[in-house]
Write a protein that binds this ligand. Sequence first.
Ligand code: MG
Length: 264
Amino acid sequence: MTLLPVTTRGLILDMDGVLWRDKTPIGDLVAIFERIRALGLRVTLATNNSSRSVPQYLERLSGLGVMLEPWQVITSSLAVAGMLEQRFPAGTPIFAIGENGVREALTQKGFELLTVEDASRAEAVVMGIDWHITFEKLREAALLVRSGKPFFATNADKTFPTPRGEIPGAGSLLSVITTTTNVQPEIAGKPYPFMMEMALARMGTSRETTFVVGDRLETDIAGGQNAGCPTALVLSGVSTRAQGQAWLPKIDIIAENLSELVGA
Ligand SMILES: [Mg+2]
């Protein structure tokens, strides 16, 4: 038996802590996605992690027996590229700090990516997690933002979970620029609504009938609530039941895991 109301038409699922923890799947993912299909629900996966590309996620999912279409995976890299697409014509030079995920998403939208050497030509700055961050990259980003160039970020998660513990996340890198410039970026990922709106548009479902499912209160649950969607917290990741019950506004459903939520 699913815990979802019969009126539910769509699901926006977080990945880390919902589908897997590090590399270990949470429950029988094949059975879970078969059950979602049998319930007639549309589904998208939406992650704040900007480091990987959509093909990388599709490959990981198919390795676990889950076959999804490219439109069903949305990263904060894709979302920030979509945000820029609404504001700048193709060919606009961008100074981007980030990994493959961000660089591929911006290149696919036709933007020109600049290096540290020619960063001064940029019309906008984009920041995501960067495993090779340098002082020079931060310096160029800060100078551009101080000169008034529009400033965007994939997400603002302070930390990034690893098997060894929490390491600096995109939000920690951003804080260097916000401290230097006193300018806050426009953020594409959760808890801001842009990535959620993208998922709704792709599924063609209404916000009232689409559940946002995640394990983290400040990003997934707040993001769903900011987008006007009902929310489900799963306890297979970072949050506890007590934290979920204390959260306001009230969370619609608290489930042990995705399997229990959909009744797989
Ligand atoms: Mg998560």
